[in-house]
Design a protein around this ligand. Structure first.
Ligand code: PHE
Length: 342
């Protein structure tokens, strides 16, 4: 027993002073001490030489020794796994690769700007489908079949179904909102529209609009003008002048087009305003009573105004873009220039 005790003590000292500096020496330690032919196994074999009355005590000692060696092994293993990280070539303190930050499309920036101005007046946003039926794009808007005004907007028809078109304006969403019958309505309809026009630097076969609709009792042309005055002031600054010209749209009566004094030349005349000093920015008018009744709204009780404007042209003026096609080519070198909010 005395002998066993001394042996254990000597082994403990040896195990504690053994060092391992990498995974290989840690494994050597395991094999030497804890392997099937290792020291712990060997010394366990000594049990058979212990006198029966001492077996209990010896068993405890041996178990304790085994645990001691196992703990030492875990310690060495631990120490070496951290050293491995430190000595490998990965520098965990290096900053990561920067992710490229995208930018918003100039059309989106301009759309958001227009929408946010009207939102301050309590307008909510409504959206609708880009493939429309004839009724929502034309019929309900007081443009019956064969009406000559349908030619004002060159329409793309869908081959499979002659009743379907690519919407030529977001007025179709106005109809959808009115049909819901939740009055009053104070809504904006931004979205993409399609017209069969020759693609050039100035016009494209698809573009974007924001239309607006306000319907309640006693809405007048004066409300329309004040709303648009507010918009122009917020959008182009308080010094910009506004004029309304009488116009014609089948869905509004009376109808008007609104010009603002050219914000490029200040009204003196330049290329943008074609030397007139004025830039046309939107069409508007009082919703035609036929349109109201088409949507189940009583025109004797309710009146309303509507307006619609393109987004591309103001965006092009704001950013000095001289070709509308750039806006849909998605060339990243072009698009990444528009990082700032407007
Ligand atoms: N829908 C018209 C267009 O696309 C714009 C408009 C909307 C005009 C509402 C008057 C009233 O040209």
């Amino acid at each position: 027993m005395e002998q066993l005790l001394n042996k254990i003590e000597a082994y403990k000292n040896e195990a504690s002073s053994t060092v391992a500096t990498d995974t290989k020496t840690v494994e050597e330690f395991r094999i030497k001490w804890l392997g099937t032919k290792g020291i712990v196994k060997e010394i366990m074999g000594e049990m058979k030489n212990v006198a029966p009355e001492k077996k209990k005590e010896a068993g405890q000692l041996l178990n304790e020794f085994k645990q001691f060696v196992e703990a030492r092994y875990a310690e060495l293993k631990d120490a070496n796994s951290t050293t491995e990280h430190q000595t490998s070539n990965i520098d965990l303190s290096l900053p990561g690769d920067e992710l490229p930050i995208g930018s918003r499309h100039p059309v989106t920036l301009m759309r958001n700007r227009i929408v946010s101005i009207f939102q301050r007046l309590g307008f909510a946003v409504a959206e609708g489908p880009e493939i429309e039926d004839d009724w929502h794009n034309f019929g309900a808007l007081n443009l019956p079949e064969h009406h000559p005004a349908r030619d004002m907007q060159d329409t793309f028809y869908i081959q499979q179904n002659p009743d379907w078109v690519l919407r030529t304006h977001t007025s179709s969403v106005q109809i959808r909102e009115m049909e819901k019958g939740n009055l009053p309505i104070r809504m904006l309809m931004p979205g993409r529209v399609y017209r069969n026009e020759t693609v050039s630097a100035r016009s494209h076969c698809f573009f974007h609009q924001v239309e607006g609709l306000y319907i309640d009792e006693n809405v007048s042309f004066a409300d329309l003008k004040q709303t648009l005055y507010f918009f122009v002031k917020e959008m182009y600054g308080k010094d910009v002048k506004v004029r309304f010209r009488p116009s014609y749209f089948p869905f509004t009566e009376p109808s008007a087009e609104m010009d603002v004094s050219c914000f490029i030349c200040g009204g003196d005349g330049c290329n943008i305003c074609k030397k007139t000093g004025w830039v046309e920015i939107l069409g508007c008018g009082m919703v035609h009573p036929n349109v109201l009744s088409n949507c189940g709204i009583d025109p004797n009780k309710y009146t309303g105004f509507a307006f619609g404007m393109g987004i591309e042209r103001p965006a092009m003026m704001k950013y000095g873009i001289n070709d509308i096609r750039l806006l849909s080519e998605n060339d990243v070198r072009f698009l990444k220039q528009f990082t700032s909010a407007i």
